[in-house]
Every structure is written in structure tokens, then in C-alpha cells.
Write a protein that binds this ligand. Structure first.
Ligand SMILES: [Fe+2]
Length: 286
């Protein structure tokens, strides 16, 4: 069975959220949903997530899964909001536990913040299979950008998270805590060993001037034209390029709020005695 796919592009964070489903009236998964966030006021918003929910309702889809490819550093996750409204289980890769450990230290989180991933409903092991109604999915372990990245293969489509981007954009950065360019190279080569006609769906697009945002390509197109990882680029060449480039990049605007929310599966930190939830800024720590 071929998956039906609907993409929602958030121009503020350049993130693509997907609904993947078997058929109208059937079962669905939402992948990498965005929670809107205004860093000036500290306000969250659900316009982006509500568009996804409206689509689910319009197609009469029952939500089986809310899948995160990784703990994003550039946008907050609306997994919790979507789950409250539409149900479904929130899943992420099992190595999220390592990411939680790293950031619990950096943010000095509350002592009872759990490092076992139990904020999520399900932790995927490498190559674990799962179902979305009539569709079969497989969780591929593709670390490098973070230690916990997963890609989700559903039918002939693979949602590749932050590994590769569109051929003219290249690849994901590897300089966040726990990132590793060598591992990313190996993860991407694994994805590129899939059949050439496999459809690849991006987590982000940062289109060069003059091109509209796009998020779908193929293994064939990436192997022939990706500016960082096309066939012929060696691991050594990639690591040298990636490391040099990462040293020039600023951190994403929303990294500090994003990580604090996303390692909690989209939940805000516990409210203080006044009922308000706070995010922290670690000074001179990143
Ligand atoms: Fe990311």
C-alpha cells in the first residue's frame, strides 16, 4: 500500500510537518509537528498544529502516531498539543535518553526530570517496525546531527529528518552537543543505499535565492547532485567540509527554548508556585 502524504511548511522555522495516512477515513501519523513560539514575548501558539489537526478532521483520519525524528533545536514540538486533541502515541528514537542526559546537565533541570525517555509514549529501537493502519513503517537509526536521530520509512517514502536536505542545500550540521560528522556520513550513505526511486522527504528546506521551498526528492537525485554527499564524496572529504562549515554557523534562534520543550515530548517545564512555566537561559554554557 502506498502512503498518502500531506506536507505543511512553516516559513518561520523552515520546518516541514507531515501527515502520512493509508486512506481517507483511515489511520494516520503526524511527523515533526511545530508549536509556534514567539521568543520576544515567550508566547506559544498552535496555529501551525491546528492546521494539521484540521486536515486530520477533514479526512476523518484516526491518529496512531506522532513521530519525532529527533529533539529539534530550531522549533518547538507540538506533539503534546496534537496528542491532547487527536490522540496517538508520541514516538522518538531510544537514544533520546542520551540527549536528555546532556541537556539535563546544561539546563540543571529539576532533580526528578527523568532520563529514561518515559516522557514519550514509545522509544524506537533501530529497524523496529510499526503500523499505521494498512501501512507498515520502519524506524531507521541515522545518528550524526544528534546522537538520537531516526528516519521513518513508510512504504516507498522515507522521512529523513535532519540528515540530508534538498540536493542544492546539502546536509545537516553536526556541531550540537553529541553531534558527529563521521556518523552522519555513514547514516546518509545508508539512506542512499535504498532503491534509487525511493522518495525522500526533508525535515527542513532552506531554499537558495530564487527557488520556492521544496521537500521531496529521491535517492537518485541526492546521489547524483547533493552538494555535500553525492556519489564520490569520501567520508574524509565530507567530515572536513562539514566541520569547517559548522565552525562558521550561528546557533539557531530557538535552540534554548526548543531543546527544553522537545526533550519533554512537547510539554512545558513544570509550573512554579505562581502557576507560570519558565524556560532557562544557561549563560556562557553553549
Ligand atoms: Fe534538527
Amino acid at each position: 500500500m502506498e502512503p498518502q502524504i500531506e506536507a505543511f511548511f512553516d516559513p518561520i522555522t523552515s520546518t516541514v510537518t507531515y501527515v502520512v495516512y493509508d486512506e481517507p477515513g483511515g489511520r494516520a501519523a503526524v511527523i515533526d509537528p511545530v508549536l509556534d513560539y514567539d521568543p520576544k514575548s515567550g508566547r506559544t501558539g498552535t496555529d501551525s498544529a491546528d492546521r494539521v489537526l484540521a486536515f486530520l478532521a477533514a479526512r476523518r483520519l484516526k491518529l496512531d502516531w506522532i513521530l519525532e525524528t529527533h529533539a529539534h533545536a530550531d522549533h518547538l514540538s507540538s506533539a503534546r498539543h496534537i496528542k491532547r486533541r487527536a490522540g496517538g502515541r508520541i514516538g522518538i528514537g531510544e537514544h533520546i535518553r542520551e540527549v536528555q542526559g546532556v541537556f539535563k546537565k546544561i539546563f540543571n533541570l529539576e532533580p526528578d526530570f527523568r532520563l529514561d525517555g518515559s516522557q514519550f509514549d514509545h522509544l524506537f529501537a533501530e529497524d523496529e517496525t510499526f503500523r499505521i493502519g494498512g501501512l507498515e513503517g520502519k524506524a531507521l537509526f541515522v545518528p550524526g546531527h544528534t546522537p538520537a536521530d531516526m528516519a521513518y520509512q513508510i512504504g516507498d517514502a522515507v522521512f529523513i529528518g535532519d540528515t540530508m536536505f534538498m540536493p542544492d542545500v546539502g546536509t545537516a550540521r553536526c556541531d550540537f552537543p553529541g553531534g558527529n560528522a563521521r556518523l552522519l556520513y555513514r547514516s546518509m550513505r545508508r539512506l542512499l543505499s535504498l532503491p534509487e526511486e525511493t522518495r525522500l522527504f526533508m525535515c527542513h528546506d532552506y531554499p537558495p535565492a530564487g527557488r520556492q521551498p521544496a521537500w521531496e526528492t529521491t535517492v537518485r537525485a541526492e546521489r547524483s547532485a547533493n552538494i555535500h554527499i553525492r556519489d564520490g564524496v569520501t567520508e574524509q572529504q565530507f567530515v572536513a567540509m562539514r566541520t569547517a562549515r559548522d565552525s562558521t554557523l550561528e546557533l539557531p534562534v530557538l535552540i534554548l527554548p526548543s531543546v527544553q520543550i522537545n526533550i519533554r515530548a512537547g510539554e512545558l517545564p513544570p509550573a512554579e508556585e505562581n502557576g507560570i512555566s519558565y524556560l532557562k537561559i544557561p549563560v556562557n554554557a553553549l
